[in-house]
Structure formats: structure tokens, C-alpha cells
Design a protein around this ligand. Structure first.
Ligand code: ZN
Length: 240
């Protein structure tokens, strides 16, 4: 079974298109939230994700913010400006799609959340003690997260956290229990500006990280033309 795992598309259509093309034929697509905000194509990205086979899609904190469910004072100035821009840009059917997305979902042996199993919308799994504490908050074999925009695999043996930084296209057999993050399609923050995704086989327990180039300059031009904060354009070429 080939499941395409994507997260944090952030309204970056060329990055999403490049990922779907590079991934090729898959049995299902699981999207871990933050479809919109930051980028210039929220409706087009939601349209394309909705067409994917056997889609499972989660709500992210930026999706929730755009739906008006969060206080914008949690966001910095650039982020709250782009939330407001996205609120204006959303079509009704895009909004309706986002409105029905769950914060947490269990698919077979996998728990899917955007941030962390303890706090699905907000918690960042960056600090190893926070990661360790979160292993008590899911009871499936696998837990998949996004939110940090940094691809990584965390395994906990009950005492220590082992973490694996991915190599492009290398298939790993996951030790379990595990928390895995595919990285971000539309706004990578691990200093590699290429779009990130993963191919996961929940039956075999294998995971492959992938990176793919996309025309960053086109998105940057569109961000600036749309009147979105230029910082969201600049950071794309650096992957920060
Ligand atoms: Zn995000």
C-alpha cells in the first residue's frame, strides 16, 4: 500500500503540483493540515487535495485561524496579515470543506494530528522532552504529525528518544511506536527549500522521505503581486 503523506501545503500550488507528480500513483493521500495561509492559492490547493484518492485530511492551526476559530494575537504580524488576506480570498465551498475537517483521526494503526497527539492544533514537537511526553497520548502503532515543517522520525523505547533525519528517497522500516513528520510541501523550514513529502506503507511499516524542486520564483512573484507579506516570499528560497 502506498500512502502519500503531505502536510503544511500553505496555499503553495506549484509545490503541491510538483509533489503529486513526483509521487505518482498512490492508494491514498493523508494530509496533516495547514492547507491554507501564507501562499497565494488557497482555493486551488484545496480543490486539488479534494480530488485525491481515499483522502484523509486534518485541520491545522492556520486553517482554524482562517475559519475565525482562533485569536489572531497568537500570530505574528506577517502571519495575521496573511490570515486576513486568506479569509477574503476563500470561496464558500473552500470554507465549507475546511470547516468539516477533524483535529484528530485514527486510520487503522495510525493516529493523525497536525501538531501533537496531546495538543493537536498547537503543540510543536521540537523539544525531545515534549516529544517523549507525547508518546503517552496515542495508543496506535504510528502517529503522524506536521506543524513544525521539519521532516523527522521519533522513536521512543520507553527511556530514550531516537530521532532520524531523513535521507532523500531512502526507505526505512519504522521502529515502533513512532511519531513521524513528512515535512512541509509549501513552506519547508529545514533549510532545504524543496517541497517535502513522504510515502508510507502502514502494512509493511516502511517510510520514505522525498524532496522535489518546484518553481519557487513563480510563487514568490504571485505572493508579492497578491499583496501578501513579502517575508512569506523571501523565506521560500531559503527554506526557513
Ligand atoms: Zn504550517
Amino acid at each position: 500500500m502506498r500512502v502519500l503523506i503531505i502536510s503544511d501545503v500553505h496555499a503553495n500550488l506549484p509545490a503541491l503540483e510538483a509533489v503529486l507528480k513526483d509521487a505518482g500513483s498512490v492508494d491514498a493521500v493523508w494530509c496533516l493540515g495547514d492547507l491554507v495561509d501564507y501562499g497565494p492559492d488557497p482555493n486551488e490547493c484545496v480543490d486539488l487535495v479534494r480530488q485525491q484518492p481515499n483522502l484523509v485530511c486534518l485541520l491545522g492551526n492556520h486553517d482554524a485561524a482562517v475559519l475565525g476559530r482562533l485569536d489572531l494575537s497568537f500570530f505574528n504580524r506577517e502571519a495575521s496579515l496573511s490570515v486576513q488576506w486568506t479569509q477574503q480570498a476563500l470561496r464558500d465551498d473552500t470554507r465549507q470543506f475546511l470547516e468539516q475537517l477533524p483535529e484528530r483521526i485514527v486510520v487503522g494503526s495510525c493516529t493523525l494530528v497536525h501538531g501533537s497527539p496531546r495538543n493537536p492544533l498547537w503543540e510543536y514537537l521540537l523539544d525531545l522532552s515534549v516529544v517523549a511526553a507525547n508518546f503517552a497520548h496515542f495508543d496506535t502503532t504510528y502517529c503522524l504529525v506536521g506543524h513544525t515543517h521539519i521532516p523527522v522520525i521519533f522513536h521512543y523505547d520507553g527511556e530514550w528518544i531516537e530521532w532520524v533525519v531523513p535521507k532523500d528517497k531512502e526507505a526505512v522500516t519504522l521502529k515502533t511506536p513512532v511519531i513521524a513528520n513528512p515535512g512541509s510541501v509549501g513552506q519547508p523550514r529545514d533549510r532545504d527549500p524543496r517541497a517535502a513529502y513522504a510515502i508510507f506503507d502502514p502494512e509493511a511499516g516502511t517510510w520514505e522521505f522525498h524532496r522535489v524542486e518546484y518553481p519557487i520564483d513563480q510563487v514568490q512573484e504571485r505572493i508579492i503581486k497578491a499583496g501578501l507579506p513579502t517575508y512569506h516570499a523571501r523565506r521560500l528560497s531559503e527554506g526557513v
